[in-house]
Design a binder for this molecule. Structure first.
Ligand SMILES: *[C@@H]1O[C@H](CO)[C@@H](O)[C@H](O)[C@H]1NC(C)=O
Ligand SMILES: *[C@@H]1O[C@H](CO)[C@@H](O)[C@H](O)[C@H]1NC(C)=O
Ligand SMILES: *[C@@H]1O[C@H](CO)[C@@H](O)[C@H](O)[C@H]1NC(C)=O
Length: 273
């Protein structure tokens, strides 16, 4: 990283010495990891639907004849690119406004499973996939944001392609990549990660008649939030980015749509392929 930091020292009559640090980080790039929220943000069919109502879109006499636009939106917290607060599937765990901001960002750990998924759409990330990442990039850093890239992002915004089913009302027909339970417990117990997530719409729901939320509940019990439907992970290096999850600080929220983004040294930015 060619980021230079210069320390400026000023003498001021009033305040004594002021030291100011100025960074020249022009070689840092920002990568948007979110899908646009609407016109039909992806959500589970049994979650509340999205609405976008134009309230004012005209020159307003009340506001001095100026152009005035304002809309009213209704959205499930769990739609599009979003975060699940631990309270989503675990009673008495943190709701949105209780998650400290320093738990909402961290070093990006990208587990690339596109090759495995090309052979098996129900591929589950294994502990060995995580260990392989560590063999190349070192131990998962403290506070990491661990995400897998299965290539699912390109299926948005088509719900049939994202849930990979003819019938999105039938949740037992969903087929998409996820984590093995042992990979989730490994991350939660033996690596102190801030967030776990994926480019898929869920890390639960096995394609069986029995809904299995154990991957979520293991994380949520430990107050580790989950992020879902993350986009553009193919632009990130597998290590070396910093991922931010700026979700609205909704009082008592169980989740929130988020404009997730990453900062990456320009030299590490990847071309799409
Ligand atoms: C917004 O539009 C409504 C009618 O749709 C109008 O009554 C109201 O005055 C408008 N508000 C402003 C500030 O112009
Ligand atoms: C889709 O799944 C739902 C829920 O299982 C079921 O009620 C409905 O009949 C299915 N639709 C079709 C076209 O199979
Ligand atoms: C989550 O954990 C269960 C074990 O409890 C595992 O069978 C499943 O494959 C994992 N993934 C999903 C999508 O449920």
């Amino acid at each position: 990283m060619r980021c230079t930091t210069t320390l400026f020292v000023f003498q001021s009559l009033v305040t004594g010495i002021i030291a100011a640090r100025r960074s020249s980080c022009s070689d840092i790039r920002v990568v948007d990891l979110s899908h646009v929220h609407g016109p039909k943000p992806l959500t589970a069919p049994f979650f509340p639907p999205y609405s976008f109502n134009i309230v004012n879109r005209s020159y307003s006499p009340m506001l001095g004849g100026n152009w005035f636009e304002i809309n009213y939106i209704g959205t499930s917290e769990h739609s599009g690119t979003h975060i699940d607060a631990p309270s989503h599937f675990y009673r008495y765990r943190k709701r949105m406004h209780e998650i400290p901001l320093d738990k909402l960002y961290g070093p990006g750990v990208i587990i690339d499973i596109r090759r495995q998924v090309s052979r098996n759409v129900n591929y589950r990330v294994k502990v060995s996939d995580i260990k392989r990442w560590e063999a190349t990039h070192g131990r998962i850093p403290k506070g990491a944001v661990v995400l897998f890239n299965s290539g699912w992002s390109s299926r948005h915004p088509n719900p049939n392609r994202v849930f990979n089913t003819q019938n999105t009302s039938d949740i037992t027909s969903y087929q998409f990549p996820s984590y093995e339970f042992s990979a989730i417990t490994f991350l939660a117990k033996f690596r102190s990660v801030n967030i776990v997530g994926s480019d898929t719409p869920s890390i639960g729901d096995s394609p069986t008649s029995r809904v299995d939320l154990s991957n979520f509940t293991f994380l949520f019990q430990r107050n580790i939030p989950v992020v879902l439907n993350v986009a553009n992970l193919d632009r990130l290096p597998l290590s070396g980015s910093t991922i931010f999850v700026p979700a609205i600080n909704i009082y008592d929220g169980s989740g929130a749509p988020a404009r997730i983004f990453a900062t990456v040294p320009a030299s590490k930015l990847k071309r799409r392929y």
